[in-house]
Ligand binder design. Structure first.
Ligand code: NOJ
Length: 465
């Protein structure tokens, strides 16, 4: 029996988010999101919270994207041809997100029928093409009007989110059977509130821990609501996890690596699956312990409800060393196997490591790789960019790792490549290309890269050579 074969029920496909793929930011009643707002406000400048030089690597941090998401993303107007391409690829899943400001432009209250209509068309088209819609309620694009009322850090946030989730479950829950609440809460909270390199660009640990806490309660409220509606699907969340390993084989580094993983991944995952925050971080790090929201455990006890699966976004490895000066008493140092200076340096073996970790730590929970992708700097040269042997190797190695995870008995049920077609990369704008389809960000022209043909063979044969 050939080893690198995907089970028949394995979900294999691509992913993208509303903000990064749709464009049309003002079309048909949509309001501004925090990402639209900050892209406009800070285009071409360094993020308010970031220094031009990275303190860890010494490399220059990139300034924010110079171009805007609405001038180079075309999914809103061309969703049919994007989905027809997915069907031709032979994939059986597409992970997308719904834009809250498209569905409820004022954040709370009145529903925009045009927003519902758009996602109905997208979902129906996916289903008609035999593709399972895997839908995130939230992927970066908080309505700016809610940010102005305090955003994640506002005590009303969980209620706002539950009301938005209700609209989505009622409108799409008859056809969408795979839901996730939040994408990478860690990035929204750590980057957005601790280090200030992501909207809303705040540096305040106490506020970060409060915003993260409300984010978790919002997650629980949506999961509770979904379960009470008996719609027959599954609901989980998407968290990011680097393959974090100790730099040296000494107990201090093992502990340091654990604390780093517990803040990046465990903070959200342990809370979502077990209703507690990681004790090692609280015990060893006063900056965390002393800044926790009041009665946080009572809130968790009140709202906790376990979810059905965990979505794992895996990109990079991270070698970690004990550092008494750092708030987590832990610092990342140069990783094994990494290409110096390369952003998102691939480390395929790490996919096995993280799935093994999640499987063992969280008692065999159902796992999906909800993101994994190869970033190549944009040189705006169609002929060269559609030849992408690095991405072919990347896909091959990472999907082979999925096969190894399954053989090892881990409960891995799907893998989604980030991303379907070149799009807008958060603060990098169009400077990076992750897509398996090449996109001309001026004209919208799309061409399959070589990697998409390769991926298509994997989807159709369900084998990896
Ligand atoms: C994870 C995020 O969910 C996605 O929005 C982003 O584009 C990729 N990482 C690559 O940075």
């Amino acid at each position: 029996m050939y080893a690198f074969k995907l089970p028949d029920d394995f979900l294999i496909g691509t992913a993208n988010s509303a903000f990064q793929s749709e464009g049309a930011w003002q079309a048909d009643g949509k309001s501004e999101s925090i990402m639209d707002y900050f892209a406009r406000e800070f285009a071409g400048k360094y993020s308010p919270g970031s220094s031009p030089v990275n303190k860890v690597t010494g490399a220059r941090n990139l300034p924010n994207a110079e171009d805007l998401p609405d001038r180079g993303c075309f999914f809103y107007d061309n969703y049919e041809t994007y989905i027809e391409d997915m069907a031709k690829t032979g994939q059986n899943v597409y992970r997308l997100s719904l834009a809250w400001p498209r569905i409820i432009p004022a954040g709370v209250g009145e529903v925009n029928p045009k927003g519902i209509e758009f996602y109905n068309k997208v979902i129906n088209k996916l289903i008609e093409c035999g593709i399972t819609p895997f839908v995130d309620l939230y992927h970066w694009d908080l309505p700016q009007c809610l940010q102005e009322k305090g955003g994640f850090a506002c005590p009303e946030f969980p209620e706002w989110f539950e009301a938005y989730a209700k609209v989505c479950f009622e409108a799409f829950g008859d056809r969408v059977k795979m839901w996730s609440t939040f994408n990478e809460a860690q990035i929204s909270i750590h980057n957005g509130y601790c280090v200030g390199t992501f909207p809303p660009f705040i540096v305040d640990r106490k506020l970060a821990l409060l915003a993260g806490h409300y984010n978790l309660i919002a997650h629980f409220r949506a999961v509770r609501l979904y379960k009470s509606m008996n719609l027959g699907g599954k609901i989980g969340a998407v968290n990011c996890i680097p393959a974090i390993m100790p730099a040296r084989m000494v107990p201090e580094d093992v502990d340091a690596a654990e604390r780093r993983r517990d803040w990046y991944f465990g903070w959200w995952t342990e809370a979502m699956l077990e209703g507690t925050y990681p004790q090692k971080v609280l015990r060893d790090c006063p900056e965390y312990r002393n800044n926790m929201p009041e009665n946080y455990q009572d809130d968790l006890d009140k709202w906790f409800v376990p979810m059905d699966f965990i979505g794992v976004n895996y990109y990079v490895a991270n070698r970690t060393q004990y550092d008494p000066e750092n708030v987590l008493k832990s610092t990342p140092v140069a990783s094994f196997y990494s290409a110096p200076g390369q952003r998102y340096a691939p480390y395929p073996a790490g996919l096995f490591d993280v799935v093994q970790y999640v499987h063992e730590r969280y008692n065999g929970i159902e796992i999906y790789i909800t993101e994994n992708g190869c970033a190549i700097p944009n040189i705006n040269d169609k002929e060269k960019e559609i030849e992408d042997p690095e991405r072919i190797s990347y896909l091959r190695e990472h999907i082979r790792m999925c096969c190894r995870c399954i053989k090892a008995g881990y409960n891995l049920k799907g893998s989604m490549y980030w991303n379907d077609a070149d799009s807008y990369e958060m603060l990098d704008g169009y400077r990076l290309r992750f897509g398996m389809t090449w996109v001309d960000h001026q004209t919208g022209e799309r061409i399959w890269k070589k990697s998409r043909y390769y991926f298509s063979e994997i989807c159709k044969t369900r084998m990896v050579n």
